[in-house]
Design a protein around this ligand. Structure first.
Ligand SMILES: Cc1ncc(COP(=O)(O)O)c(C=O)c1O
Length: 359
């Protein structure tokens, strides 16, 4: 399908790179595609604008919505632009679509739309340590209040510049193992990137933050004894010979299969360590942290890359990980992955997808 382009005649100047706030700045163009009569129609790039949405639109009542979070980077050496492993996000988007009873988007069209959009709004891709955040989204937009899958959908992509997550330096996280609330259950939608998962997590995260924690560690819904993941990050446990993290599909349907998690897993194996995908038992994690066998804990995700965990609150007490500061493997992985993201590293060049010039 040919992508129609309507240029924004008055794009605003890009924001100051040192004052970027996550999610507040949206680039001047968006991609749009409509599903009706059983097929996708009218792929187009247009000036970003509010959506005309009927108040009865299915998404507003029954949350038929999915999204992705991915990034494009500017290579400091030659100013060229590239995405990080976009095909993984496109695949995950279509997995989410299937679970939420929505039509898949053709991966080739999806990728082409991203390429053109990033190239057209190239002036909004900040230099390192910033990046262009990409937010593909699909909503059921049929105006009808019956509880049923929508017969029409809107797929769109917006983008926006974001700064470094680590503006104030590297501050190890203080996490609460959440025993009252759960994020997802077997047979549910935990492995899908759908808005309801995030809405349901708002209250527990707010309560935890009010109590002084940075974030929550979600436990499994059935026994509340095994570690699953965090609000928007996966979590990994470092021992002398291995790094342990919870399994994802097809072994478990409760956890989001992070692109960063997959990348870190490969980097761990590159370093001769074992990468073990087995549900970590919280009581063992706490005992191993106390004995020193558990050396480091880090979270990983697109927004914060690799972030050290300094302290975990579980069973009514705090346990410090190592000496509470960032451990050596966490730092090494964070720096190495940031270099791969920027294009400064020869390693895993296959993870960078170059963005061709705008048409
Ligand atoms: C619930 C959840 N888990 C894990 C992740 C990490 O995934 P990724 O590395 O693809 O950003 C995210 C972020 O997208 C998330 O929202």
């Amino acid at each position: 399908m040919e992508i129609r382009i309507e240029r924004n005649a008055n794009p605003p100047a890009p924001p100051a790179w040192d004052k970027l706030l996550f999610g507040k700045h949206i680039s001047p163009h968006m991609f749009m595609l409509n599903w009706r009569d059983g097929a996708w129609h009218d792929p187009r790039i247009v000036p970003v604008a509010p959506l005309p949405l009927h108040p009865a639109a299915k998404v507003l009542h029954y949350a038929q919505e999915i999204f992705e979070g991915m990034k494009a980077y500017r290579n400091p050496a030659d100013n060229s632009l590239h995405m990080f492993r976009p095909r993984m996000n496109i695949t995950r988007f279509n997995i989410s679509a299937e679970r939420m009873c929505m039509p898949p988007v053709d991966p080739a069209l999806f990728l082409r739309a991203l390429e053109i959009l990033i190239a057209m709004d190239g002036a909004y891709v900040p230099p390192k340590p910033g990046s262009l955040y990409l937010r593909p989204t699909m909503i059921g937009d049929e105006p009808s209040l019956g509880v049923a899958a929508s017969s029409t959908y809107l797929f769109y992509i917006i983008t926006g510049p974001v700064g470094s997550y680590f503006k104030g330096g590297i501050n190890p996280l203080y996490l609460k193992a959440e025993t009252e609330y759960v994020r997802s259950a077997p047979g549910g939608v935990g492995y899908a990137k759908t808005g309801g998962n995030y809405a349901a997590a708002l209250l527990p995260i707010k309560l935890a933050q009010k109590a002084g924690f940075d974030q929550i560690i979600w436990l499994d819904a059935l026994t509340r004894t095994r570690v699953e993941e965090m609000g928007a990050m996966n979590i990994c446990f470092v021992y002398a010979d291995r790094v342990v993290t919870a399994p994802v599909m097809p072994k478990s349907d409760t956890i989001l299969a992070g692109v960063t998690r997959d990348s870190v897993g490969q980097m761990v194996r590159d370093r001769g360590l074992r990468w073990v995908e087995e549900s970590p038992v919280l009581a063992e994690i706490i005992a191993d942290a106390a004995s020193g066998a558990l050396q480091e804990v880090f979270s990983c995700g697109t927004a914060a890359i690799v972030t050290p965990v300094g302290k975990i609150h579980a069973g009514g007490r705090d346990v410090t990980i190592g000496n509470g500061a960032e451990g050596p493997l966490t730092r090494e992985l964070r720096e190495a992955l940031s270099a791969i993201h920027a294009g400064e590293s020869e390693g895993h060049a296959e993870w960078r997808h170059p963005v061709p010039p705008a048409p």
